[in-house]
Design a binder for this molecule. Sequence first.
Ligand code: F0G
Length: 486
Amino acid sequence: MAIVTFPADACHIIARYPGPNLRLITGMRTIIEPFRIKSVEPIHFTTREQRTQILEAAHYNAFLIKSDDVLIDLLTDSGTSAMSAEQWAGIMRGDESYAGSPSFFRFRDVVQEITGMQNVIPTHQGRASEKILFSIIGGAGKYIVSNTLFDTTRANIEFSGAEGVDLLCAEGKDPLVPAPFKGNLDVEALKQFIEEKGAANIPLCVLTVTNNSGGGQPVSMANIRSVSEVCRAAGIPMFIDACRFAENAWFIKQREEGYGSMAVKDIAQQMFSYADGCLMSAKKDAFANIGGFLAMQSADLAQQCRNLLVITEGFPTYGGLAGRDLEAIAIGLREVMEEPYLRYRTRSTEYLTERLAAVGVPVMQPAGGHAVYLDARSFLPHIPAHEYPGQALVCELYLEGGVRGVEIGSFMFGKYDAAGKLIPAQMELVRLAIPRRVYTQSHIDYVAEVVIDVFDRRSAVTGLKITEEAPLLRHFTAHLRPVGAH
Ligand code: F0G
């Protein structure tokens, strides 16, 4: 029977997972998609020969492949959700008034209700929120601490002249060790860092929930509370990067003592109650194709943000979005907290993880909320970090079956030392992000088959070399070629 217990020292919680035999014990039925399909889009098949040419023309960078040439697109869960009939109805209701649109007030009310934040500022997506916030509070000599900053967040911090510092808990750094809250911030390291650098040089702490770059792993309520206490004692504001707040709340409900019978919305409200503000990309846990917001308690900081917003995004009641987008977000934010949805959502990533782990594919344990993360370092141990094992694996998955994933490792995060030598990333992961409400179980079965077929011939996979790159966020545009090719 498939009951997994986590090591007691990782967290004092025991988590249970419904495995394939659970039905025999409990009579539980298959967790199904809690929707039916009203509108469909074709996906495009290619031959292996075509994919070989496409990959070469894309310089072995999956971001440069046309999406029509991809069969199952797991590049991102961002902006790729299927919207509900209600959301499409909201789109028709959208009011496009420049100032004071009722769509804004509906949007603001939902955000206020969930986050408890008084000041709500719409933006066109997450990184626009980051740019505004860090232009105000960042700058040379400052440090922004986090469990793990997402790449655009880090880039916006660095662009302001400040430094981003990740203080992830130890269990979060090992992809193959199961623990319930691998997204937690190391509270002792945070205290030490504050003492070392001085609270005056740390204008913000950002808790990313779930921790995208660290495997979509959740942060526990206990950790959110402790981080908040340490920050408040030092006078450092704490913001939540809330892209996947509902998935995080669901994991708390499942895994943390005392939350099992609490509604997801109440858990989310409690998470936000410990924060001074939040950044959100509505392209994730709001089922929207575009959108985001900043929300915060401080009226003073909010005014500074709005001053920048009118220059870069738009008037404060639309902030870079159409009224119809605000409607879609307002509706999506409520839908995402529905429990049948969250149960199905987390089960689908868990299902893919289980299928892969069952045949020995090194995959992050436990499954993340929005994605399955392959451990490329163990998958391709013969490829060194400077030949980008994660990116090599991304290319092989595309070649094998037209599946597009994304590297989250040294290609995305690697830096160079003074001598030009690569400083590798902490982990070499390949993320297979599952768009929300888009793919069915047979699509997921197909993905498992493709990964397993590559795994069976892994020793023949070769590494890659970068031939062209940009100074920031190089993974979006860099060109590569196979090692040994000319
Ligand atoms: N923070 C986190 C945790 C994210 O995952 C993202 C985006 C952002 C901020 C930025 O939001 O894209 O709306 O500007 N993540 C996407 C991804 C791109 O594929 O994981 P954005």
